[in-house]
Design a protein around this ligand. Structure first.
Ligand code: PNS
Length: 162
């Protein structure tokens, strides 16, 4: 059985992430989506449990999905779920440098391979950082995130903070 591991901060999960999970779910027998604390990023908007719940609700239409949330090394998750490969979406060349570095580090640490899927051009400008900012100041993010995520963003920022 092939297992694709899709890791990310997912703070919050958005339509660009959704597209990558949907496509990967057609390639692998099972997809494990791992919401992971990124130690390079400062304070998160959603805690890991909230992220896991909103991802689960956003992917309820897919059958071969498992969701985990962890704070720790990705290669340990890859080992624990018996991942065939890590799968990452690439939005633009600007993503490439850091993703390449992480892929090489993860392969050096454990031998696990990383496969990159090019994101659709419809979604290439969507970034969690921008969504947090738009929602915080009262902008409408419903076109960019699954319904369960839009609801949670609205609950956090009912009228924005402007
Ligand atoms: O969505 P992001 O923030 O780009 O995802 C980055 C993430 C969470 C996948 C990366 O920071 C990660 O793998 N963190 C877990 C800790 C780890 O394994 N660090 C070494 C990476 S080579």
């Amino acid at each position: 059985m092939t297992v694709g591991l899709i890791p990310g901060s997912f703070d919050p999960f958005h339509n660009g992430h959704l597209e990558i999970v949907e496509r990967a779910a057609q390639i692998f027998d099972e997809i494990v989506v791992a919401a992971i604390r990124n130690p390079q990023k400062s304070e998160a908007l959603f805690d890991l449990d909230e992220r896991r719940d909103m991802i689960a609700e956003s992917l309820s239409h897919l059958e071969n999905i498992r969701i985990v949330s962890i704070a720790g090394l990705l290669v340990n998750v890859a080992r624990d779920v018996n991942a065939t490969a890590i799968v990452k979406g690439l939005r633009a060349i600007s993503d490439f440098e850091s993703e390449m570095q992480m892929a090489q580090m993860n392969r050096s640490l454990s031998g696990v391979e990383t496969l990159f899927l090019p994101s659709s051009s419809h979604y290439s400008f969507i970034a969690s950082r921008l969504l947090r900012e738009v929602a915080r100041y009262g902008g409408d993010v419903t076109a960019f995130v699954p319904g369960p995520v839009a609801k949670r963003l609205y609950d956090k920022f009912p009228e924005g903070t402007s």
